[in-house]
Each structure stands twice: as C-alpha cells, then as structure tokens.
Design a protein around this ligand. Sequence first.
Ligand code: T46
Length: 135
Amino acid sequence: MKNCKIIDFIKRGDRKLGYLVALEENRNIPFDVKRVYYTYGVESGSIRGKHAHKELEQVLICVSGNLTVRCFDGEKFEEIDLDSESTGLYIGPMIWHEMYGYDKNTVLMVLASDYYNEEDYIRDYDKFNILCQEV
Ligand code: T46
C-alpha cells in the first residue's frame, strides 16, 4: 500500500543480555524527527486514531505489548499487527488509520516528522474519502 510500509529494524544483542534497537533519522527512520510521543494504558476495547494526516509522516513502534493498525488509502484496507519491538510501521500522508486490539501493557511509541498541529489532521471519514477521490 502506498505511504504505508513495515520497517524491520536491526536488533543487536542476545537472549541473555537482551536487545538494543537504534533509531536514526534519515537512516532507518525515513524523515527528520521533530517529535516523539507515546500512548499507554489503553483499554482493550478502545479504538484510537480514526484520522489521516495531510502531510505528516510517522513511524509507529509497539515497544511493549501488541496492537493492530488498520490502514486505508482510499482504495485498499490493510491490517497490520504490531507485536515486535524491532518492527516499525511507516504511515505517510493521506492514510486513514485506526489502532485497536490493545494489550493491557501496550506502549505505542511514535516518531513524527513535525510538531503537533491539529490543522494537519483529517478527522472526518467522509471528508477523507472525498479528498482521496480528488487526487
Ligand atoms: C496518530 C496516531 C498514531 C498533543 O497535544 N500533542 C501531540 O503530539 C499529540 C500526538 C496529541 N496531542 C493531543 C491531541 C488530543 O487532545 O493529545 C490528545 C490525544 O490525541 P489523539 O486523540 O489524536 O491520539 P491518537 O492516539 O488517536 O492519535 C495519535 C496522534 O495524534 C496521531 O497523529 O497518527 O497517534
């Protein structure tokens, strides 16, 4: 799916000492990182997201627990399980995304290409579909 792809990070270490994953802007993170945020304590039946971004690029990494991300590019749907600390999900502009299936211990960390700006959000699903048809 355009603007939505899995990134497998290199994990260094072993079972005994554990693992280390390094995130580097414009290397394994495909943009300048201006912001990092994370969500936690989400109840299992909750759905977060339900929006698209006009310009923002992000990489979602589930650093604890697991969840599912449902992505829609205006034509195709894809459901991606995030259950590995060494996997990222790149989501670029104009991808409607919803996060659900949270585990009680889930921590979702997100690296973003810009500062928080509510103007960049499309939170109306009908409006998103209309904008997709215009492209
Ligand atoms: C996204 C998914 C993956 C801030 O004040 N600063 C921030 O940097 C962010 C991200 C949010 N907020 C405020 C805005 C809302 O009042 O925190 C509140 C919760 O945000 P929201 O309902 O948008 O959270 P999610 O989990 O639905 O979506 C978030 C990001 O907002 C969004 O960009 O792509 O995670």
